[in-house]
Design a protein around this ligand. Structure first.
Ligand SMILES: [Zn+2]
Length: 87
């Protein structure tokens, strides 16, 4: 079982969370991007093995969105922070 250390609630089981996929940085002004760049932002993800930044929503806890850096091969949690905090 994957345990995620929520910065607000402490260590909690994965079943309390909803996975939001790979964390991507939203373009500052999507209206000026060409279609290929915008399509890449919307649909394409690295899905790589190893350290990956993901979004997780603590639906059955503090209801905050978190950015979790997780090793996708070992499931080790490398870091967790609130999605609205800097960094
Ligand atoms: Zn929480």
């Amino acid at each position: 079982m994957l345990l995620i250390p929520c910065p607000f609630c402490g260590e909690r089981a994965e079943i309390e969370f909803v996975a939001g996929g790979e964390a991507v940085t939203r373009p500052e002004n999507p209206a000026v991007l060409d279609d290929a760049v915008f399509t890449d932002y919307l649909y394409n993800r690295d899905n790589r093995r190893g350290a990956l930044r993901e979004q997780w929503w603590h639906a059955h806890g503090c209801r905050r969105w978190l950015v979790v850096e997780r090793d996708t091969q070992s499931n080790e949690i490398l870091s967790v922070r609130d999605s609205e905090s800097a960094g």
